[in-house]
Design a binder for this molecule. Structure first.
Ligand code: DP6
Length: 351
């Protein structure tokens, strides 16, 4: 679909007030989106797992108003910064949601994961808001197929936060045009379109909270730093190749090759961050200690335990459900001590 197909020419029903609600999960990228242009299009295609238990629930109340205004409450506490960000976002999507500036909004939102956990709430948060807007369009009389609604929600979520567009779908999700992935687009995400080997359908994710609290560098800054980055072109080309390879691996069930690419992607993301100007080091000594332990454990036990990283110090441990027993023991006995407060989050990606 093209951008034009998301521009709305409907005439909407008059409705004074109303309420919509949505739930949207967070996601963890296997091939990372890092670098964008114009202003919300990805420099390379990415693929992620949508998580199951880490999600945002949002209730959006709207009321006819002369002037657009947005008030966001997280766990019932007013959020001034988020309110401004969402208001600005709403203004920016008027071409696609023409009634947006005829209402004032009160948004109540809640995450199942702690705010300090480093799990990006912008992905699940914008995913949920975008779904709310599509439901609101429905209440105002816009009729669409379920497929169009989902695609447009993903399109709208992307304009809020890039990785959010992947959170609209379960399982493995691709965002960014890739010639070997039919239907893929820079404008919205799609479910990975090939049959996935059963080993990848119940992947476990234990998130070790190495560092709680705010990240030292926002992803917005990180994306910006890719613009003059000396290794940018090589990185984008490699991400493209990594997605080609991973696509085949996801179909043929080769867990070891999966782990090799996923870990390489995580380390490449941090290599880009460390070699940007200005430079950032987002890993902590404990992040490296965990990776070292994990590699030794994997060698000794021949289990399929792999890691990935976001743009932060926390570690996502990925492993198949069948190996859960041994691996959870290892996490409890040998890895939890590296977390800041003994905290971890247990999640999974289910299809
Ligand atoms: C490292 O989606 O948070 O998590 O589009 O500026 O909101 P914005 O960036 P964001 O970047 C995510 C970066 C990442 C990798 C990924 O999720 O693919």
């Amino acid at each position: 679909m093209t951008e034009k197909e998301f521009i709305s020419n409907h005439s909407y029903a008059e409705k004074e007030t109303g309420e919509v609600r949505a739930k949207c999960s967070s996601n963890i990228a296997l091939i990372k989106y890092w670098g964008k242009y114009n202003p919300q299009l990805p420099a390379n295609s990415s693929i992620s797992y949508t998580l199951t238990d880490s999600f945002t629930e949002t209730v959006l109340k709207f009321e006819k108003s002369e002037k657009l205004s947005v008030k966001v409450y997280l766990e019932d506490v007013f959020q001034e910064k988020f309110s401004h960000r969402i208001e600005e976002y709403f203004r920016s999507i008027k071409a696609y949601v023409p009634f947006i500036d005829q209402y004032s909004y009160i948004i109540h939102t809640r995450n199942t994961f702690p705010h300090s956990s480093g799990i990006a709430s912008s992905a699940s948060g914008f995913g949920a808001v975008a779904q709310c807007l599509m439901d609101m369009s429905g209440l105002l009389g816009e009729e669409n197929t379920e497929e169009y609604k989902l695609t447009k929600a993903s399109f709208l979520a992307r304009l809020g936060s890039g990785s959010a567009c992947r959170s609209l779908y379960k399982g493995l999700v691709v965002w960014g045009k890739h010639l070997e992935i039919p239907g893929s687009s820079d404008l919205y995400a799609i479910p990975f379109p090939f049959e996935v080997s059963p080993v990848f359908k119940k992947m476990q994710d234990t998130i070790l909270l190495i560092h709680e609290g705010r990240k030292e560098m926002s992803s917005t800054v990180g994306h910006e730093l890719m613009k003059n980055h000396p290794y940018a072109e090589a990185r984008f080309a490699e991400a493209h190749k990594n997605l080609s390879d991973l696509s085949k691996i996801l179909q043929n069930g080769d867990l070891e090759s999966f782990g090799r690419i996923v870990e390489h992607e995580a380390l490449t993301l941090h290599a880009m961050i460390m070699t940007s100007n200005p430079a950032f080091i987002l890993m902590k000594p404990a992040t490296l200690a965990v990776i070292d332990k994990l590699w030794k454990f994997r060698k000794e036990t021949r289990t399929h335990l792999y890691f990935t990283l976001d743009a932060g110090a926390n570690i996502h441990l990925l492993y198949p459900e069948e190996e859960k027993g041994l691996i959870l023991n290892f996490i409890k006995n040998d890895l939890l001590k590296y977390t800041e407060n003994g905290n971890s989050i247990q999640d999974k990606a289910l299809f």
